[in-house]
Design a protein around this ligand. Structure first.
Ligand SMILES: [Zn+2]
Length: 320
């Protein structure tokens, strides 16, 4: 590092490192449609958004890695095309000149079971779980949570995690259609089949990672397809046990920012412990010619999201 760089870095002008972000590409080779509440979805155009994202990240030249926040393929993708579509989208991500970290979303799991999906996404996994961590620099650690650990989708039908999820949904959601929040009030509206929970083992793993990061004086960024704070998202998009996950996170001071996808309109909040929650705007909902992707400059005391078009730029300050 030259002396000019050192001075710039001390003054906070030069990021420690930067990384690309995109969420909910939800590509499918089908005509445009709408969500169940009528929001337009541009299934084919989302591929162009991803291509422009990768081009933008490559032009930037200083991005250390990129993160895909899940749902790369839509549930309406014809099932005989699922495998090829996932390969096609992963191939687009691979045009980025650096590592890409993926996470799984509900739409990925509608298309392919975990044992097919995780190797394609190169997700380091034990026992078909999709949570992992990495440390791009000594100062920072990224934790990627598996929000569909306890879930009625993606595991074999007789898997203990499927059975646990179905039992949970029967208790919490009286509707026959378990994706309907009809009659559920307030925060109960998250008890829907398209969401999931972090299981006991993953919770213990998270605790040990945060303990380790604290010892190493690392700042932690938590990534999960499902949002973790009610003020950053619709209640219908929250992780089932977001409160238990946040209880673990709040035991430590190392987590500074939580990033998520899934709630397509996007959102931002700061919780009572000063942790930022940023939910990314979906690539799927960009009308032709518009974009939703970005990159994040990482500093000692803030993460600065530089968004394109529909992705709002956000400065997320925290105590170092
Ligand atoms: Zn989703």
């Amino acid at each position: 590092m030259g002396s000019a760089t050192v001075v710039a870095s001390v003054q906070g002008k030069q990021p420690l490192f930067s990384f690309g972000v995109i969420s909910d590409v939800q590509y499918a080779d089908i005509p445009d449609g709408r969500s169940f509440i009528g929001v337009p979805r541009y299934y084919r155009h989302s591929l162009l958004v991803l291509q422009r994202a990768v081009q933008n990240w490559n032009n930037h030249q200083k991005l250390k890695f990129a993160i895909n926040f899940g749902d790369i393929v839509d549930g309406f993708c014809p099932k005989d095309q699922s495998l090829n579509v996932v390969k096609k989208i992963v191939n687009e991500f691979d045009k980025f000149n650096g590592p890409v970290y993926h996470m799984i979303g509900n739409h990925c799991l509608y298309n392919l079971p975990r044992d097919k999906l995780l190797p394609l996404l190169k997700i380091p996994s034990t026992d078909r779980h999709a949570y992992y961590d990495f440390s791009p620099t000594p100062e920072y650690r990224f934790v990627v949570l598996d929000g569909y650990d306890i879930s009625a989708i993606g595991w074999p039908q007789d898997h203990p995690h499927t059975l646990e999820a179905l039992k949970f949904l029967r208790e919490k959601n009286p509707n026959t259609e378990k994706n309907s929040p009809a009659g559920l009030l307030g925060l109960e509206r998250r008890f829907l089949m398209f969401n999931g929970a972090v299981g006991k083992e993953q919770m213990e793993w998270l605790d040990s990672i945060l303990q380790g990061a604290t010892k190493l004086k690392q700042k932690v960024v938590v990534c999960c397809h499902l949002p973790l704070d009610p003020d950053a998202t619709s209640q219908e998009a929250l992780l089932w046990n977001y409160n238990e996950v946040m209880d673990v996170i709040h035991r430590y001071n190392c987590v500074k920012v939580c990033l998520a996808g899934h709630d397509h309109k996007g959102g931002h909040s700061i919780d009572a412990h000063g942790i930022h929650h940023r939910v990314f705007e979906a690539a799927l909902e960009c009308p032709p010619g518009t974009d939703a992707f970005g990159y994040i400059d990482v500093y000692d005391n803030k993460l600065s999201l530089v968004g394109s078009d529909r992705m709002q730029s956000t400065d997320m300050y925290f105590s170092p």
